[in-house]
Design a protein around this ligand. Structure first.
Ligand code: PLP
Length: 447
């Protein structure tokens, strides 16, 4: 029988060993895990126990929009902890009420009432269940390149290969292709019916019975699976088809929301409003687990007369909601969305310069601080540098690029042949410059 040990016993080696022996890591063969013990972080940086510093160009799963250890956010959590750490979801509590009211004003269109969850997957679970109840229909349409979370229903919505391990999954999920204009799934030149949205959806509905489809769920901008921006008109085209058949449109902005793309919400770029918006991550930079499902006024009205069949012990957790309220205030006071836009323009122009020097760069796409760099063996044929192999994370030589960048102090991630560049929204121009210099060096591996 061991005891809980004193802090000073926890050297980096001790942490690494206990982590290896006792912690189950996500999406990994446990024997292959050798996780870096992290000692601390600040702003766009984190560091290990040996004092090596890393520029965080991933934002820890595209989550730390306000960066590491934002002092005002830490203080808000401490203040709430001193006031009231927990009260059940059945009570009215200030941080919960304040965050819901703030979201009603901040989110687009008539999105009004929010249900708070512990993260993105739970928000999506509740969104599809609610959509089925509101419409009294059973089918849900989602896309192949979606990632919507790892719980049972969210995994069924997810189209990427991680879904395979969870199949057969939720009945009634039908899949459509993504508007991946650089690499059209139907092999069409741009613009094509798939990438236009509505025509592709209409065609699917002919075979699925629109009267049975409760919702269409899309990541407004596809994050994990390749940073895919819909062409102008795509979301509006989905909106029109959904309206025609009484289908609810759900935007998953768990990754793309809260300033990530240089607007408060990614759908603001195109002025299209969903019936349900799901968020998490940047909502409070994940300092305490939090997600939200925010619904239209019409669904809000429906909820006043009908039962909401959902609940979580930690729904609207006061520490999470207090950090959400503080996070929104910080974002406004410090013009974080404006910074994301400005630094994003800088990043975009520096990446365009890199593309002139590196033949391995096939495509650079992004807005705000949500960029993808797609690597190819040949620009003319667009042959991916590593093929899509269903195994998830990047293979050689992309994995070598990621490792080499880390060795030089730049932390980033990749999905197959797409490097994802998603730093905290509080990053400055000098830090962007440093990241681009390191990228310039390591991209030589691919050229
Ligand atoms: N939806 C999107 C678009 C995501 O990117 C993620 C996580 O990366 C999720 C949902 C799931 O969120 P969580 O991991 O908080 O459950």
């Amino acid at each position: 029988m061991t005891t809980i040990e004193q802090d000073d016993v926890w050297t980096a080696d001790r942490i690494r060993a206990a982590d290896r022996d006792y912690v189950i890591h996500s999406w990994s063969r446990q024997g292959a895990v050798n996780a870096l013990p992290v000692a601390g972080g600040s702003g766009a940086w984190f560091w290990d126990h040996d004092g090596n510093r890393y520029l965080d160009f991933q934002s820890q799963l595209v989550n730390l929009n306000l960066g590491h250890q934002h002092p005002r956010l830490v203080a808000a959590i401490q203040e709430q902890a001193a006031r009231l750490c927990y009260i059940g979801p059945g009570f009215a509590e200030r941080s919960r009420a304040e965050l819901a009211e703030a979201l009603a004003h901040l989110t687009p269109g008539d999105l009004t009432m929010s249900f708070f969850t512990t993260g993105g997957a739970a928000a999506n679970e509740n969104a599809i269940r609610l959509a089925r109840h509101v419409t009294d229909r059973d089918k849900v349409i989602a896309r192949y390149r979606s990632y919507h979370g790892a719980t049972a229903g969210a995994m069924s919505l997810t189209g990427d290969p991680r879904r395979w391990a969870a199949e057969p999954g939720l009945p009634g999920v039908v899949r459509m292709f993504d508007p991946y204009t650089y690499r059209c799934p139907a092999g069409h030149p741009d613009p094509c019916p798939v990438c236009t949205g509505g025509p592709h959806l209409e065609e699917i509905l002919r075979y699925e019975d629109p009267g049975r489809v409760a919702a269409v769920v899309v990541e407004t901008v596809t994050g994990t699976n390749g940073l895919i921006y819909p062409p102008d008109g795509y979301l509006r085209s989905l909106r029109e088809v959904c309206d025609r058949y009484g289908i609810l449109l759900i935007f998953d902005e768990v990754m793309a929301g809260f300033g990530r793309t240089g607007e408060w919400f990614a759908c603001d770029h195109w002025g299209v409003v969903p019936d349900i918006l799901t968020t998490a991550k940047g909502l409070n930079s994940g300092y305490v687990p939090l997600g939200a499902m925010t619904v239209s006024a019409a669904i809000g009205d429906w909820l006043r007369d009908n039962h909401f069949w959902g609940g979580l012990t930690y729904a609207g957790h006061p520490l999470a909601c207090a950090s959400g309220v503080a996070s929104l205030k910080i974002m406004k006071d410090e013009d974080v969305v404006g910074n994301a836009r400005r630094q994003g323009e800088l990043l975009g122009s520096r990446l365009a310069e890199l593309a002139e020097r590196h033949p391995s760069i096939g495509d650079v796409r992004g807005r705000g601080l949500f960029y993808g760099v797609e690597l190819v063996t040949d620009r003319a044929t667009r042959e991916p540098l590593v093929p899509f192999n269903g195994k998830g994370a990047a293979a050689e030589p992309v994995s070598r690029i990621v490792k080499e960048a880390m060795r030089r102090g730049l932390y980033l991630s990749a999905n197959f042949n797409v490097l994802r560049l998603t730093p905290p929204l509080v990053i400055d121009a000098e830090e962007i410059g440093l990241a681009v210099e390191i990228l310039d060096d390591v991209l030589g591996i691919a050229d």
